[in-house]
Every structure is written in structure tokens, then in C-alpha cells.
Design a protein. Structure first.
Length: 64
């Protein structure tokens, strides 16, 4: 995955990353998957706070 240059695209990037991980490991525990998405969003998005990353994960990963 590439860097996420705009915060506005982070939720869509989170969904794509989640789908890619699930393709590689469909049996991954939900908490581990969401933690991976959180780390990805936080470290790959310019000027993203940890709180913002958690908020995106809450909307894209944990709500399923």
C-alpha cells in the first residue's frame, strides 16, 4: 500500500487495506485485524493523530 496523502481518503484506504488482509488471512481475529488497520492508517497518513486513526477504524472496521 502507498502513503495516504489526504486525510479525506483514509477511510477508503482503511477498507481496502482491511480487504487485502482478509484475502491473505480470512481467519484473522477481528481485534487483530482492526489493530492492523489502525496502525496502517496512523503511520501511512500525513498529519494523522492517533485519535483520528482510532475514529476511522471505529467507523470502518469495528462496526461490522
Amino acid at each position: 500500500m502507498n502513503r495516504i496523502e489526504r486525510k479525506e481518503t483514509a477511510p477508503e484506504a482503511a477498507k481496502i487495506f482491511e480487504a487485502e488482509v482478509l484475502t491473505l488471512d480470512p481467519e484473522i481475529p477481528r481485534k487483530e485485524l482492526c489493530d492492523m488497520v489502525d496502525e496502517y492508517i496512523y503511520y501511512q497518513t500525513d498529519e494523522m493523530s492517533r485519535t483520528e486513526a482510532h475514529s476511522i477504524v471505529d467507523k470502518t472496521c469495528r462496526m461490522r
